[in-house]
Design a binder for this molecule. Structure first.
Ligand code: HEC
Length: 191
């Protein structure tokens, strides 16, 4: 019995550094996917607004973002999504339990004065479906987002009509620049 306890303690000890290595490897790989994804979306948003106004920028969030997220997911065998507490598209944007917990922590930390841009979460968790690496990075509202996610005075009649027709249950408005809009989330099965 005693021997068994010592043995399992030893196994746990030797397994720890390996787990930490995995965690940092998966975290690095996630950053390498999320950073260009977020940068490309911000750039596409600015370009679309400049070239065709806010109405033409709708495609960035509606088509380009889900398409890019889908490509990254397929290429890596992970699931990469953008999630939020206040969704426009509940099909893609609804957070699961881990994502809700993490977004809640972000809101608390931002309320205490931390900058959303500096936050990041990476964790290995056991879920009923298996063992997963979970990762999240906040999505922060920029000036270029208010035309569709801002307060009513930021949203033009044309954009409002388009959004109202496509998303009658839209919750994703009322944000100010700098606020936490949601998170880019990665869920990756590990063995
Ligand atoms: C021209 C309008 C428009 C602009 C500008 C815009 N969005 Fe969106 N956003 C949308 C639409 C439409 C959706 C719903 C997409 C879908 O159908 O999946 C959306 C969805 C999202 C989602 C997914 C969660 C949800 O609510 O469904 C996030 C996150 C998001 N936008 C963040 C941003 C950020 C950050 C910016 C600024 C860089 C931005 N958006 C600028 C129109 C816009």
């Amino acid at each position: 019995m005693q021997k068994h306890i010592i043995l399992s303690a030893l196994i746990a000890l030797t397994a720890l550094p390996a787990l930490a290595d995995d965690l940092s490897k998966y975290t690095e790989e996630s950053r390498a996917a999320v950073m260009p994804f977020s940068k490309a979306l911000m750039a596409a948003n600015i370009k679309a607004i400049k070239e065709g106004g806010p109405e033409s920028a709708i495609k960035v969030c509606k088509e380009i973002a889900p398409a890019m997220a889908g490509d990254i997911s397929r290429q890596n065998g992970w699931k990469l999504t953008r999630v939020s507490f206040k969704v426009r598209n509940p099909l893609l944007g609804t957070p699961d339990e881990w994502e809700q917990k993490t977004l809640m922590q972000y809101e608390e930390r931002v309320a205490k004065g931390e900058k959303a841009e500096t936050l990041e979460s990476a964790e290995i968790v056991n879920e009923p479906g298996g063992k997963y690496f979970r990762y999240m990075k906040p999505i922060v509202m920029q000036q270029g987002c208010v035309a569709c996610h801002g307060t009513p005075d930021n949203i033009s009649a044309g954009v409002r009509a388009r959004l109202g027709a496509d998303y009658p249950h839209d919750q994703a408005t009322g944000y100010l620049p700098g606020q936490l809009r949601g998170g880019v989330s990665i869920k990756r099965e590990i063995n």
